[in-house]
Design a protein around this ligand. Sequence first.
Ligand SMILES: C[S@@+](CC[C@H](N)C(=O)[O-])C[C@H]1O[C@@H](n2cnc3c(N)ncnc32)[C@H](O)[C@@H]1O
Length: 105
Amino acid sequence: MIISIEDYNKLPKELRVYFEPFKNVHPTVKSLKLMEYLVRLVTPVGGVVLDPFMGSGTTGIACKNKGFGFVGIEMDKEYFEIAKARIGNQQKLDLIKEDLKGAKQ
Ligand SMILES: C[S@@+](CC[C@H](N)C(=O)[O-])C[C@H]1O[C@@H](n2cnc3c(N)ncnc32)[C@H](O)[C@@H]1O
């Protein structure tokens, strides 16, 4: 999720970490929009995607964004940690979005 610098500055400090860029050193980072399109194209409603070559986890983020389950396998520890952080941050962002929605009601 990308937010404007103005919105970022309005966030409480403890939430800012979820919007900060992190270092992704994977050489072939995929387009998130493309992966969201592809997982929707091939996955039945409520389905689970298995990515046995997870890399930095773009497919996993696409699955979370589109409401699919996800199982990822990655042999490189550094890429695995990046994927875990990216997918984990997406899940935290979803929780924050839910909280913000609840706070507005
Ligand atoms: C092109 S990246 C995959 C990108 C990823 N699918 C995504 O959504 O961003 C390929 C990854 O597969 C990993 N890989 C290659 N052989 C593997 C194996 N036998 N088991 C697990 N991971 C493997 C590599 O370390 C590399 O990070």
